[in-house]
Design a protein around this ligand. Structure first.
Ligand code: BGP
Length: 470
């Protein structure tokens, strides 16, 4: 649709930026922190692990001062469950809790809205060792953890996100399980884990509403419009199937309190439908999110399955690469789109489409909780990091966000990934996303100096003009 006038970004729009605990904090074994699954990560030679990361734990005040200089209105971070409850189940760790007090206090002092994710891929190792999310005890442990952090931070944190990319943990389990652990859980276990995460999220949602009626909470899945490869009706059904299985199921359970029927039929057909305990259905129906976090990076294009043993591509995939599934869909190429050097499709218009679909289905406010460009940024001899490609990427996505707003989407904010350079889920430190460069290599910790990139100055101006000048 063409418009004569675009809607301006609304007053109070949450121009933000995101990180997650294990990817940015470091201090993996300090001040009583327990281990998480991510601490078992043994990357290939020449790629860093998560032990030091960006050492945000020791630079927190300096980092928040940079956020203030950038003019951020919101900062999305995650709380490391094993930092505040080292064994996941038992006693809280005061030093870990105090770290997030310092972070939150600094944010509030600078007028930056804290947006806290409760769980972002870093399951406490002790919870994993007792069966992880497959064990229903983890639901109670998560509820206790929720009570602890809501009580501690709820006076200052009014925006919460339950679980980051639950759908990615099911479809690409290596997002949570390090390769060093060997065999990944069976699909049936993954769907049971996911069900238990739904129940845990529902309990946290009800609890927050009871403890802090003025606070908001929602999920943060990785959502993307799925395109059919052609207008062949068989391709359209395949795209619809995969969109339901990969995306809508996770928002349907959160918002409608029931599984998506197409995804459920798929789970039954594959023998992976989860078991409900008594009371689960009622809990899921009772908990209502206040807003939706959406992590958007790339659309995907799919074709009808052939079911001849060739639907699933024999290659490695990560959260944005669709591999195909035998008898369900095949991955297809979209000749209209290009990709990043890491193979992630670049599709700003697809973000508009994705936001419109989410808005039409759920009618809730949306916060973009991640979107950004991973690139091999270089610190040049002039002491700067010139990243015009990132500015171009974000500008094109911001334009589409404004179109989505004009379309009627209730978009309340936009938190690009990431505030500062941090360790990528699989590709170490070389794949950088930040507005702030961090001086470190893969194995070489260097000075850890923070250096604002060109995109920092550009984004500051965007925020200053509330998006009027992109
Ligand atoms: C999302 C995750 C983030 C983040 C981002 C970029 O799926 O929620 O944790 O890392 O993707 O991915 P990557 O680090 O693999 O480039």
């Amino acid at each position: 649709m063409f418009y004569k006038d675009l809607k301006p970004f609304p007053e109070g729009f949450l121009w933000g930026a995101s990180t997650s605990a294990y990817q940015v904090e470091g201090a993996w074994d300090e001040d009583g922190k327990g281990m998480s699954l991510q601490d078992l990560h043994e990357p290939p030679a020449g790629v860093t692990d998560f032990k030091v990361a960006s050492d945000h734990y020791h630079h927190v005040e300096e980092d928040v001062a940079l956020m203030a200089e950038l003019g951020l209105k919101a900062y999305r971070f995650s709380i490391s469950w094993s930092r505040v409850v080292p064994d996941g189940f038992g006693e809280p760790n005061e030093a870990g809790l105090a770290f997030y007090d310092r972070l939150i206090d600094a944010l509030v002092a600078h007028g930056i809205t804290p947006v806290a994710t409760m769980f972002h891929f870093d399951l406490p190792l002790a919870v994993h060792e007792r069966g992880g999310w497959a064990n229903r005890e983890s639901i109670d442990a998560f509820e206790r953890y929720a009570r602890l952090i809501f009580a501690r931070y709820g006076d200052r944190v009014k925006h919460w996100l339950t679980i980051n990319e639950q759908n990615v943990m099911v479809i690409h389990p290596n997002a949570m399980y390090p390769a060093a652990m060997g065999v990944l859980p069976e699909k049936r276990d993954l769907y049971q884990q996911s069900h238990n995460m739904f129940v845990a999220s529902a309990k946290a949602t009800l609890l927050l509403h009871q403890m802090w009626p003025d606070a908001k909470i929602g999920p943060a899945p990785n959502i993307t419009a799925i395109y059919p490869a052609t207008c062949d009706p068989a391709d359209v059904v395949a795209a619809d199937n995969w969109e339901s299985i990969r995306c809508w199921n996770y928002l349907d359970v959160a918002c409608f309190g029931r599984y998506n029927p197409i995804a459920w039929a798929y789970m039954v057909e594959k023998g992976v439908a989860p078991e409900f305990a008594p009371g689960d259905a009622e809990l899921l129906a009772a908990a209502k999110p206040d807003y939706l976090g959406v992590n958007y990076y790339a659309t995907a294009t799919v074709a009808a399955a052939r079911n001849d043993g060739t639907d699933c591509a024999p290659r490695a995939g990560d959260q944005q690469v669709m591999l195909g599934e035998e008898g369900v869909y095949r991955s297809a190429t979209n000749e209209h789109l290009t990709a990043t050097e890491y193979g992630w499709i670049i599709d700003p218009v697809g973000m508009r489409t994705t936001l419109r679909r989410v808005a039409s289905r759920y009618g809730l406010p949306i916060l973009i909780t991640e979107n950004g460009l991973g690139a091999r940024d270089e610190l040049t001899a002039d002491g700067h990091v010139h990243d015009p490609y990132r500015i171009d990427y974000l500008r094109r996505h911001f334009e589409q966000a404004q179109l989505a707003l004009t379309d009627g989407v209730d978009l309340i904010g936009y938190c690009p990934w990431s505030f500062m350079d941090l360790v990528s889920t699989h590709q170490g430190y070389g794949k950088r996303y930040g507005f702030v460069y961090v001086d470190r290599g893969e194995d070489d910790i260097r000075s850890l100096a923070r250096i604002p990139k060109d995109s920092f100055a550009w984004y500051r101006h965007v925020i200053e003009t509330n998006g009027a000048e992109l």
